[in-house]
Design a protein around this ligand. Sequence first.
Ligand code: C5P
Length: 400
Amino acid sequence: MLKGKHIILGITGSIAAYKAAVLCRLLVREGAEVRVVMTPLAKQFITPLTMATLSKHPILVEFFNPENGEWNSHVSLGEWADCLLIAPATANTLAKMVHGIADNLLLTTYLSARSAVAVAPAMDLDMYAHPATQRNLDELRSRGVAVVEPAEGELASGLSGKGRMSEPEDIVRFVDALLSEKKKSLSGKRYVVTAGATIEAIDPVRFISNHSTGKMGYAIASALAARGASVTLVSGRTTLPVPAGVERLDVLSADEMYRATVEAFADADGAVMCAAVADYTPAEVADRKLKKSDDDMVIRLRRTRDIAAELGRTKGGRILVGFALETDNEAANAADKLRRKNFDFVVLNSLRDAGAGFRGDTNKITLIDHAGEEPLPLMSKSEAAERIVDKIENITTARA
Ligand code: C5P
């Protein structure tokens, strides 16, 4: 499966490094050429001799060979590789990757790599669940780094939970899928994704907005791009970086988002409407800062245009996916939106579910189409994005 593929296996200082021996042997057995780069601490967990024997090449740790001063070039390693696989990846290495810290050969190799990059995190459950680690993983995902989710189970600390490195067989399967063409299943397709909150000006200083962070829409844009699609992300206010391979159009108001999205949809194969668009906007925008007085103030609001409904009207055979964020009567409201806006399916999240909706890194969604409902368990927003894109891909294939 991996015949002739060049893989750099990066090993960091985690107890799960013992599994890297089996992982290396499996990669070689699948036909891959493997070069092992270890962090200095990794040598405490598994011997260079073991890894050199299994990979059939000397392992690399230092920038120079101390005996003859020979330079271990991370640049040529980065060019040679089809995949840099860091397994196990510690919280420390993940954090350094996020910040571009380059204090060992593995990190400089990461910075030089032009190849696919995958990480298999391994750490204690609390370290894994910590917002710092989760944020780092999300940042890496948004740059196109593939994350092999750790498994739940017994940990070296004696505790039990999520943080165990995936089993070597699963990691090999993951790398194989990453390097094979099936991951590029949407190449040649063009999608528009709306994300984030719109901002409706009251005067030059104040505005009306909402709590949307844009995380779900950004995760969907990133997942579509990872499968080879061209993606235009029409983004309201957010603090998120532009995902790798995605073209972002920044907009502020619902009216601006309407114009940008309708224009981008003209030559698209589909759209995912993830933005939290204001339903009302101030009827008049004051051109100077409104002065306060002792009286109450009334701001008259007018309806904005419904972007999704407009795309639904003109979509023809193209795919249109909508979101429904509900607080009550969830399924009935979502089903109503499906029909009214002519969506192919609706992603329902309920604010009544813990871990769903705004701000967080997780979501609990139900996919609703004309045939029925598919409730999914609580998962990270990037995993939820993969499931949404799987459904888009299935519809695309069925219509081809
Ligand atoms: O009607 P409601 O706002 O609940 O519908 C939500 C869906 O419609 C979401 O997919 C949202 O992005 C989209 N929408 C839109 N333009 C609007 C309002 C909602 O695209 N003006």
